[in-house]
Ligand binder design. Structure first.
Ligand code: WQD
Length: 332
């Protein structure tokens, strides 16, 4: 099977490319390199012995997409490409709607033109918005109380994919709702290395540990949680990548939706102490006010993915901290 990864030089895309290549799949990568580096291809080659074919194409470049698909003969598209800085999406909503939603419309139109009708979409737990419960299951309502345009784009794309699959019964759509990806490949050759200013907890912890950022601001310690700080479902990126392998091996006509998470919630302070334990050094932090839009606790019920895909996470927060620190040490 020949698989195109849009956004495949990115954090999750590159780890997924490795797991697919390891299992003998033919992988090609398309990326605009806005938030990733082309050198990732060399690291993929060092790890797998295979350097995937790469095409520098932007989702908004319809001509480039046409050229790619006219020659590609792809069986499946795994669609990672998209802007994902939550904070920036609030300041520049149209940039996010144009790039994420408009870009996906371009992709789907070109895929249909070349009869490529199998797509795995990189979605996000953000689509659950405000819920009465803290444990998310796939049949829960989505799209209500989403607090940022980034999350809205993920929800709109999910709805678009459902409508496309309704209109054309040949479409096979799998939507994967990520919780909080963390960690790095055990080789330390690839990891989370955003070009943009990170929003997420782990890349900020990484920058605090290297001294690029003086101290971590903990956004609130007055939540109704184990220690007052926010709790999330942090999933190791290699487990997440393996979830994509399971997904492409179970595709069928219609729409399948899965949570990819550990099923456990960890607090910010617990993440800090896990990092300190693994690194052997203190991580400077201060408690500040809550971040607008943050929820107290959100984590996955990953049962459906286990039952239907035979997939569940194997790696722990400690594994993620170890692999992140190994990546940081190798990078410096
Ligand atoms: C995690 C916890 C913060 C930074 C985001 C987006 C989206 C999605 C998942 C892919 C929260 C706390 C964070 C900091 C902190 N990814 N925090 N200080 O908000 O769960 O969701 O990631 O779709 O990117 O929806 O992740 O990493 O921003 O925050 O205290 O400097 O860490 O309050 O409790 P979040 P996050």
């Amino acid at each position: 099977m020949k698989i195109l990864l849009t956004g495949g030089t990115g954090y999750i895309g590159s780890h997924t490319a490795i797991e697919l290549i390891k299992r003998g799949y033919e992988v090609e990568i398309m990326d605009n390199l806005f938030n990733s580096k082309i050198t990732v291809l060399d690291e993929i080659e060092k790890i797998t012995g295979v350097k995937p074919k790469f095409y520098k194409v932007d989702l908004l470049d319809k001509e480039g997409l046409n050229k790619l698909f006219s020659e590609g003969n792809y069986d499946i598209v795994i669609h990672f490409a998209g802007l994902k800085a939550v904070g920036e999406s609030v300041e520049k909503p149209l940039k996010y709607y144009e790039n994420n939603v408009g870009g996906t419309i371009n992709l789907l139109e070109v895929m249909s033109k070349y009869n490529v009708k199998k797509i795995v979409f990189s979605s996000s737990a953000t689509v659950y918005g405000e819920q009465a419960k803290t444990e998310m299951t796939e049949e829960m309502q989505t799209g209500v109380g989403i607090t940022n345009p980034y999350g809205e784009t993920k929800h709109i794309i999910e709805e678009m994919l459902k409508d496309v699959a309704e209109a054309d019964k040949d479409y096979e759509v799998t939507i994967l709702r990520y919780f909080n990806p963390v960690g790095a490949h055990e080789s330390g050759l690839i990891g989370e290395d955003p070009n943009d200013i990170p929003n997420n907890l782990m890349p900020i912890i990484m920058k605090v540990s290297t001294g690029e950022i003086a101290e971590l601001s903990v956004y609130g310690d007055d939540y109704d949680t184990v220690d007052g700080t926010g709790m999330r479902d942090y999933i190791h990126v290699v487990d997440l990548a393996e979830g994509h392998v399971a997904a492409i091996e179970h595709m069928k006509p219609g729409v399948l939706i899965y949570n990819l998470g550990t099923g456990k919630a960890t607090s910010v302070l617990e993440m800090i102490s896990a990092f300190e334990k693994e690194s052997g050094k203190k991580l400077p932090y201060k408690i500040v006010g809550r971040r607008p839009g943050d929820l107290a606790i959100i984590f996955a019920n990953p049962e459906k993915a286990f039952k239907e895909l035979g997939w569940k996470t194997k790696l722990t927060i400690e594994d993620a901290m170890r692999d992140t620190i190994n990546y940081l040490n190798k990078r410096s």
